[in-house]
Design a protein around this ligand. Structure first.
Ligand code: ADE
Ligand code: ZN
Length: 347
């Protein structure tokens, strides 16, 4: 496919936001080797090539992805690791012209390995502050419940986070899907809402019972966004509900080494054209060929032949679907509108 250089430059230079990116999904093969050596980890791979081969050979599906993901994440141990990884990521955001990002992290996976919540939070938040000053990239943090762990462990995480309540914007939910997981965490989400957290949850694609999970996230957990959620395309009533609620879906059309292009482009297009507020996100950029946001948006544009106006709309959805204050949101919306107007794109 020929690359449209004008479109590519337009996408790369656009001021962008991202709402679905896991800090732990940004460990490049080189970083994995550095961390495993510095932390004396018995890591199963000894070279960049071996790690790339392992990535290429992951079984398809969520479980195959996560089994590999957690081996990689086990190389993170110290406060300094959390700082370095987060700062590297935010520098890459700057290179992608991402001006605002909401970042996921997985406290329970780390506390279960003996890393305190305080150490994780300290490293991550120091990097976020440094990035704001040094790179001009603004960020907010969302802590995720691991769905396969007990409810008591999720409540424990809420307690560990209490001293940092005003520095963590939201609660999310990720990791292995269990049947009817939203019902399992109803009380945790009720407590988090009382505590003032914004709420979201993963509803991954191509997993059993996905439509019920999305409905229950909306009606039982009272989430304000759905992460992934693309199976909604199979239920016209659900599409209607998502549009009526102006609900943001954080789609992640990642591409694995064996995929011809980004996944789920047809589902995304159908939902987008029916008026669902879809955003485009990279999820775990070091673990997929699509990588970081500029490249992913270029691949999505090429795959679905979106216009410049449509590409601006996807990015606008991320700013308006963010959890920034109305004033902060407006500043970014104005910036994006000016960018579009300066490129003769009428919104
Ligand atoms: N952890 C990191 N990425 C994830 C995803 N897409 N789904 C569930 N858990 C995850
Ligand atoms: Zn995710």
């Amino acid at each position: 496919m020929t690359i449209n250089q004008d479109m590519k430059t337009f996408i790369e230079n656009m001021p962008k936001a991202e709402l679905h990116l896991h800090i732990e999904g940004t460990l490049s093969p080189q970083t994995l080797l550095t961390l495993s050596e510095r932390n004396n980890i018995d890591f199963p791979y000894q070279s960049v090539e071996a790690i790339e081969a392992a990535l290429a050979n992951r079984p398809a599906g969520l479980d195959g992805f996560l089994d590999h993901h957690y081996i990689a994440v086990s190389t993170m141990k110290t406060e300094a690791d959390f700082y370095d990884v987060t700062l590297d990521l935010l520098k890459t955001c700057q290179q992608n012209n991402i001006v605002y990002i909401e970042l996921f992290f997985d406290p329970q996976f780390h506390t279960s390995r003996g890393i305190s919540f305080d150490d994780q939070f300290s490293g991550i938040s120091r990097a976020c502050e440094q990035s704001r000053l040094q790179f001009g990239v603004q960020s907010n943090l969302i802590m995720c419940i691991n769905r396969e762990r007990p409810v008591e462990s999720a409540f424990e995480m809420l307690e560990q986070a209490r001293p940092y309540r005003d520095q963590i914007i939201g609660l999310g939910m990720d990791s292995y899907e269990e049947l009817n997981f939203p019902l399992k965490f109803k009380e945790v989400f009720q407590q988090a809402k009382k505590d003032g957290y914004r709420l979201t949850s993963h509803c991954d694609v191509d997993v059993p019972n996905s439509l019920n999970h999305i409905w229950d996230c909306l009606n039982v957990l009272e989430v304000e966004r759905v992460d992934h959620g693309l199976m909604a395309v199979d239920d016209p009533k659900l599409i209607e509900e998502l549009v009526a609620r102006n609900m943001t879906l954080t789609a992640c059309p990642v591409r694995r080494p064996t995929d011809p292009g980004p996944q789920d482009l047809d589902r995304i297009k159908t939902l987008f054209e029916q008026g669902v507020k879809v955003t485009i996100n990279t999820d775990d950029p070091a673990e997929f060929e699509t990588g970081y946001l500029s490249n992913m948006l270029v691949e999505v544009q090429e795959g679905s032949q979106y216009s410049k106006k449509e590409m601006v709309k996807f990015v606008m959805n991320a700013f308006t679907g963010s959890w920034l204050s109305d004033t902060a949101k407006q500043k970014y919306v104005d910036q994006l509108q000016e960018y579009a107007a300066s490129h003769q794109v009428q919104l």
